[in-house]
Design a protein around this ligand. Sequence first.
Ligand SMILES: *[C@@H]1O[C@H](CO)[C@@H](O)[C@H](O)[C@H]1NC(C)=O
Length: 382
Amino acid sequence: MESSSSHLLAALALLAACLSPAHSQYLTQDDIPSDPADKATVVGRWFVAPHDGFQGLKTINPFLTDEDLRYTKRGDDCDDRKKSEVCAELPSWFSGLGLSQPTAADGIRFIGITDGGPANGCKEPDGTPDEVSHKDFVVPAFAPVVSEFRINLEAGALLLDNHCFLKGADGAPLTGLPNTDRDDVPFSGGDCEDQLDRSIDGIDPEDVQKIPGTDLCLGGDEYSPSMFIFNCNFGSEDCGTVLTRYIPEGLELPGAAYEVRPILPGAFLNRRKGRGFESAAISPDGKAAILLLQSAMGSDEDDSPFALSHTMHAVKLNISDPADARVLGHFLYIGENVENWFDSDEPKDTKLSSATWVSEFAGTDNDVLVVMERRKDQVTPL
Ligand SMILES: *[C@@H]1O[C@H](CO)[C@@H](O)[C@H](O)[C@H]1NC(C)=O
């Protein structure tokens, strides 16, 4: 069975190559089933294959010194590292993943964004209040990186085409460090040895989308929470420059290296720590964005009135002018009833991880999103 089906596949591939001289070695829209399926299908799986000479964090953040990387592992030491240890040669690319050129004939472009950098929870001193959490940043000088990939079908790999790091208006790299005392307390040095200063303009990206018809991208962020607009023209030296960051009313980020606009509904200030805008969807005309919080808001302590909430807040914005976005509405998303999940009855374990705008496939002008809703231990590793 194995050999006959692979012969058939080889013959079909040859036929396809003869029939279409423009056949791309990269994954295009034609390679993806277009008929509605009863359930989600896995089209394939690919590992990131960086280019020759790729040196991991040193390539994507060329300003990092050996001193900056002193708490990471390199070379053979990476092989037997513990889960909490970081290999400087293997960045984590996909805190967020979006499509930048879904119809390109020479390969669909995927756009990925890292989070705020490698970090671990750590031991908190006795007497630390519940609402305070300490986080150990392995590479505190790390600047979040946006990158562009194509799937090379011949190599069976996700090829890194382009990348740039987030920077302020002055061109200096931003960090992924927390902004205010509403976020985690940052440390470094292993088990929260040395307390770090917060960074007023650090960003911890959670999702990314290209804004159609522009050289700009939109990111969802965990701190505040916020939405940020940045240049993602990989051919430009301004790639990665953050232009505007939108935060909830009532908050300020004085001295940030980009414009800050407090226009989001102030209610979003009640987001749970570490549970920001994990999902960002953009309409195909590039005029509207919807951002969803990862979790319900309010304290999840047992005595809290919000402990059993599985209502996630979302905001819709007019981004026709990305530098002057306007709130169009504040919406509620009701998560799956916890009784339908098979392991846990804790609503706080429900997390929204990603959203994509699909009105065009649903044949309606209403806003229709496909949302990925997850619970602990319920994603099967492929
Ligand atoms: C969105 O903003 C643009 C101006 O930037 C305006 O012309 C348009 O009417 C707005 N759309 C909605 C739905 O408010």
